[in-house]
Design a binder for this molecule. Structure first.
Ligand SMILES: *Cc1c(COP(=O)(O)O)cnc(C)c1O
Length: 367
């Protein structure tokens, strides 16, 4: 059996190495590897298992259902889930031992009302203006949580927040607001075992933000959260390599229009290679005629529009045959283009490039 036509190769050894590298940077703080959104498109269960083997004490998810899927796969480490709709299943989360991130008073009430004993981590909005209780309401939230805790209905295991990455001064202001919130929690009689604020960027660039634990996403996938700083600069190895088999090759005359709208025409007689990946697979249409593709060790460009299922690469007079592989991105140290190259071509960030890779692409784990 050969390789899948469309393959996202997931290098779990690189993932484990990245977890260990980042743990070394942030020690003695604990780490929570964030596996939301199918582990940024890399496959949640395999990533979670590998991260735990590499030493991550915690796993982080957005939805309770993502946490329940990890529990069903036999993963036993503590898990935090933090974004809940009104119908989110708090009962199931508590039963499965999943910590609930709590951002609102109704969520706190619902956690206290579950049949089991809820483990909660109260999120404070220190300046990102997304979820989390507003700082001026935090003291009241902590008082109510402390009352529930005295009644034995829940335990406040953590207090946490999230940085806006709006520059060092803004990050430090958030840290100051966070420290005030922690002080308010303590005044209410709470002694949360975990205070956490930093994701990958803060964990690397603002040591004071590491506190008891850091939540690591993009870095464990081997990608940099910083503009102009590469994976290699951070000692990280990209985990995902996206490639596809070339399914058709044809020789065409000069001036041949390529793909919808003829936004590309061959400048001379040349060879066109067809790659069976399109925007349905997460290939950004905005990368049309721009993003790099490596074939047989040489880098070309997408030629013309990315369609739903396929795009074309003009390889000129080079020898390319059906069955050769087109590598879209991977580890630049292997000669592959990077996810950052694709992000630049598409006007987005590396996070979006890997996370959007769709279900028609076969994930193949390697070690
Ligand atoms: C996604 C997310 C993270 C991880 O962020 P990275 O920048 O990928 O490290 C951490 N915390 C929260 C609340 C998140 O939503």
């Amino acid at each position: 059996m050969g390789r899948p036509t469309r393959e996202a190769r997931i290098d779990l050894e690189a993932l484990a190495a990245n977890v260990r590298t980042l743990r070394g940077v942030v020690a003695p703080s604990q780490t929570m590897v964030v596996v939301k959104a199918n582990a940024y498109g890399h496959g949640a269960v395999d990533v979670a298992r590998t991260a735990v083997e590499a030493g991550s004490e915690w796993l982080g998810v957005v939805d309770i259902s993502e946490g329940l899927a990890l529990r069903s796969a036999g993963i036993r480490v503590p898990i935090l889930a933090w974004l809940h709709g009104e119908d989110a299943d708090f009962e199931a989360a508590v039963e499965a031992g999943i910590d609930l991130g709590i951002s609102t008073f109704p969520q706190l009430e619902r956690a206290a009302a579950t049949a089991g004993h809820a483990l909660v981590q109260i999120k404070v909005d220190t300046g990102l203006s997304r979820n989390g209780v507003e700082t001026d309401l935090a003291a009241e939230m902590f008082r109510r949580a402390a009352a529930f805790q005295r009644e034995g209905r829940l335990t406040v295991r953590g207090v946490w927040s999230h940085l806006a990455n709006a520059g060092e001064d803004a990050d430090r202001e958030q840290l100051t607001r966070f420290e005030a919130a922690v002080a308010a929690a303590e005044e209410s009689g709470l002694r949360p075992e975990l205070r956490h604020l930093a994701a990958t960027a803060g964990a690397i660039s603002l040591p004071e933000s590491r506190l008891d634990l850091v939540r690591l996403g993009i870095g464990v996938y081997g990608l940099s959260p910083f503009d102009g700083v590469s994976s290699a600069d951070l000692g990280l190895r990209p985990v995902m390599e996206l490639s596809a088999e070339i399914v058709s090759v044809k020789r065409v005359p000069a001036g041949t229009g390529v793909s919808y709208g003829y936004s590309y025409r061959t400048p001379a007689e040349s060879t066109l290679a067809l790659v069976p990946l399109g925007y349905a697979d997460g290939i950004p249409r905005s990368a049309s005629s721009a993003a790099p593709v490596s074939i047989n060790g040489k880098t070309y460009r997408v030629s013309g529009r990315v369609a739903m299922d396929q795009f074309v690469v003009d390889v000129g007079d080079d020898e390319v045959t059906v069955g050769d592989r087109a590598v879209l991105f991977g580890d630049p140290s292997t000669g592959a283009p990077s996810a950052e190259d694709w992000a630049a071509a598409a006007g987005t960030i590396n996070y979006e490039i890997v996370t959007r890779i769709g279900p028609r692409v076969t994930r193949v784990q390697s070690w």
